[in-house]
Ligand binder design. Structure first.
Ligand SMILES: Cc1cc2nc3c(=O)[nH]c(=O)nc-3n(C[C@H](O)[C@H](O)[C@H](O)COP(=O)(O)O)c2cc1C
Length: 181
């Protein structure tokens, strides 16, 4: 069956989903869920997020050049969704939804304590793409809760990362399969 080309991303799912945390030039923190996210380079480590032009997140990244990708466990889904609701520009959205800021290592943008992993990023460049702006950034620091690593491997059954399908629907990645070769 055919699907609407404008919602092709639903069948490219579940997609990596995270809270992007930023600060504006006055230090006011913000966070918003993003699911148009992908790694683009391993060495140097670089990542891409795709943003609608109207987002406060994008304005903050333009002002400060920094953001943090906070990986969201299933237990935080409702608070993540609260971060998608409109919020006055000068209000601390992270505190307003009941989440906790934690100091990042390499950037002034805050990390979010309740998340399970934190990727600290510095803007490299942006490029317009359709109705979104591609934001490509260098990864300056990456850290995660010890409990989501088993042996030396990421364990999705412990992290329970939420992955967006579309609208209010998500998958939780929990099962690992290993290829024969
Ligand atoms: C699950 C989910 C994923 C989203 N992904 C994106 C995205 O990749 N890019 C984007 O620009 N907006 C995305 N949004 C919308 C923003 O999160 C939403 O507009 C938010 O209010 C923006 O907040 P801000 O203005 O504080 O940046 C998504 C929303 C949800 C609920």
């Amino acid at each position: 069956m055919d699907v609407q080309p404008t919602t092709f991303y639903e069948i490219m799912s579940p997609r990596c989903t995270a809270l992007i945390s930023t600060r504006d030039k006055n230090g006011v923190p913000d966070a918003a869920p993003y699911s148009f996210i992908t790694p683009v380079s391993a060495n140097p480590p670089m990542v891409l997020i795709s943003s609608a032009p109207t987002r406060r997140t994008l304005a903050n990244i333009r002002e400060t050049g920094e953001f943090v990708i906070n990986m969201v466990p299933e237990s935080m889904l409702d608070k993540m969704m609260a971060c998608a609701k409109p919020c006055p520009k000068d209000k601390n959205k992270i505190a307003a939804v009941g989440l906790t800021e934690k100091k990042s290592n390499q950037v002034k943008a805050p990390s979010i304590q309740e998340c399970v992993a934190w990727i600290e990023c510095r803007l490299e460049f942006e490029k317009e793409a359709g109705d979104h702006i591609l934001v490509v950034a260098r990864v300056l620091n990456a850290a995660c809760k010890a409990e989501i690593i088993k042996g030396d491997q990421f364990e999705p059954a412990c992290a329970k990362p939420v992955m967006h399908i579309r609208g209010k629907r998500f998958a939780v990645a929990e099962r690992v399969v290993v290829s024969k070769d």
